[in-house]
Design a protein around this ligand. Structure first.
Ligand code: SAH
Length: 213
């Protein structure tokens, strides 16, 4: 077996051992090459289960966290999904395999541009990347079946709750500091919201306003 093939096999094995059991999620993780989303110095660590630095001082999340969040989101093939925090574009690419349509928003124009180029190169035609402050959601495309936030806020942002369909699910990290955050699953019902705490996580903060580039 080639070195890369072996590393990819270990990568999938690591996901399974971390509790990723959903076959659709595992298949998406197998299809989308994380190596394409990690550039430069850290490229050869793309198949390790760790977060890695990307442009604009941000990070591509740990693959097992991407997989567990995707699993918790329970995406179906008819869903319109909103992601806040495009970063490298990796999470959006995974979602593109499972959903009908994916909108992904980042406050850094450069990250959005780079991710959009990758989506075109990889022929992922159902993703649209937009530069905006994601704390306001994406009113033009709302409501959404699923919303995933990959940066941590103190509380679930009100506009995102408002843009979730009834029956919809939102997965996001919440916490008051950089060190103590919980992954939360929010389900919208006819009369309100259900909150389920999933696991401790660590994400970069959700920052207000557009970035410098
Ligand atoms: N999902 C990404 C990793 C996200 S890192 C991946 O798969 O690689 C978190 C991202 O959230 C960063 O790129 C950061 O710029 C973005 N972010 C932080 N605050 C934001 C906001 N208010 N609106 C949109 N994006 C935001």
């Amino acid at each position: 077996m080639t070195d890369t093939a072996e590393r990819k096999m270990r990568f999938l094995f690591a996901l399974r051992s971390r509790g990723v059991t959903d076959i659709r999620v595992l298949t998406a993780m197998e299809r989308i090459d994380r190596g394409a989303f990690v550039k430069g110095l850290f490229a050869d660590r793309a198949y390790e289960d760790m977060p890695l630095p990307i442009s604009c001082g941000q990070t591509i999340s740990q693959p097992s966290v991407v997989a567990l969040m995707t699993q918790a989101l329970a995406v179906t093939p008819r869903d319109k999904v909103l992601e806040i925090g495009t970063g490298s574009g990796y999470q959006a690419a995974i979602l593109s395999q499972l959903a009908r349509r994916v909108y992904t928003v980042d406050r850094h124009k450069r990250l959005v541009r780079e991710a959009q180029d990758l989506f075109i190169a990889l022929d992922l035609a159902n993703i649209t990347a937009i530069a905006a402050d994601g704390s306001f959601g994406l009113p033009d495309q709302a409501p959404f079946d699923r919303i995933i936030v990959t940066a941590a806020a103190e509380d679930p942002p009100g506009p995102l709750l408002a843009q979730l369909k009834i029956g919809g699910i939102m997965v996001l990290p919440v916490g008051q500091s950089d060190t103590v955050q919980s992954l939360i699953k929010v389900t919208r019902h006819e009369t309100g919201f259900d909150y389920e705490e999933l696991r401790p996580v660590r994400f970069v903060p959700l920052v207000e306003g557009l970035g410098p580039e």
